[in-house]
Design a protein around this ligand. Sequence first.
Ligand SMILES: *Cc1c(COP(=O)(O)O)cnc(C)c1O
Length: 407
Amino acid sequence: MNDRDPVESLANLRHEFGEHGGVNLSIEASTTFTVMDPSTLPQIFEGAKGPDRGGCYLYGRHFNPTVYNLGRQLAAVEGTEAGYCTSSGMGAIAAVIISLCDTGDHIVASNTIYGGTYALLKDFLPTKANIHTTFVDISDADAVQAAMQDNTRVLYAESFANPTLRVADVPLLSSIAHNGNAKLVIDNTFSPLIMTPHDLGADVIVHSLTKFISGASDVIAGAVCADRDTIIRLMDVQMGPLMLFGTTMDPSVAFELSMRLPHLPMRMREHSDRAMAIARFLHEHRLNVTYPGLESHPDHALATKICRAQYGYGGVLALDVGNAEAANALMARLQNQYRFGYMAVSLGYFDTLMSLSGSSTSSEMDDDAKSQAGISEGLIRISVGYTGTTEQRLEQLHSALKLVGLI
Ligand SMILES: *Cc1c(COP(=O)(O)O)cnc(C)c1O
């Protein structure tokens, strides 16, 4: 679909050496910065003269050099002009939406999104800001088109939906958004490198870096990748939500995460290979497994068309065992008897994580919304890790499934 290689883009970026020439960049721990030329100060405050524009840094909640560096790296991966980092994925999502929408504006969003984003759009924004959202099945182009209004400013979806793994048809969604007066915002948390939505027509990419990009379940972090104006607007001293709500990233976190980007390609490939092996195994045993890499998945052809084959189809799959009791029995065996993985929310960890979507990460949705989004009570989301060997993990899975009577 597109020829740009995100790993090449990252490698082409100017290498940041440390203050003393160290191979790694330094952590800029200062919360305030010396203004070398007093005549530049008004323009720095107006946002006209940032560090890239002949000015200098201002204050740690505004641009910080270490955080800015990680932002540049993520922008290189996503193929956007600019990027900046936030204290969490929700910090990025909330800031982008409130920046793009004014009171009275409208959003069209996928009905299958992360629970926190759903709560923000469904309950928080209408109450606090008179910003209303229509939720639709984004795989139904007519429904998306019909939901668009004159005051729709944002069309919002996740690259791979959580937890149904429906794949966003970004080229199609971007044409619908741009026919109106809306920006297409894509949450690419599930598929870094696998999909780069900006190359496919999306305007703004948001990430929870807490997941695959961290890879170790040890930091909460987020990012926004977009054109330079959108990023600078987030930081505006008068009206910038990142600057004013203060959900920017700490420089030590930025340093940590930037050390992990060089091995992100290897990790994503390994997550995907392992997930594919497990999905195939479950499918061969006639279990109800959802994974975009399987030909049985409704979006397999779409994913194959718009994603990068060398990184596979992602590290997350869903297994529906019918009811919560069976799901809990299986997860307990897998964790406590076989050490196949852990019962914990979140994803992108080096070990396997399993959770019941309906009662955890999608618990913000009511029963109707869950059933529309295809989330049943026996649906286990599995984020496949890469510890141990594939053979060992398949044996453990086989034994546990047998013990609880699912095969
Ligand atoms: C976890 C997650 C978020 C929220 O990110 P935090 O870093 O926990 O704030 C947003 N979107 C998706 C798809 C997620 O999985």
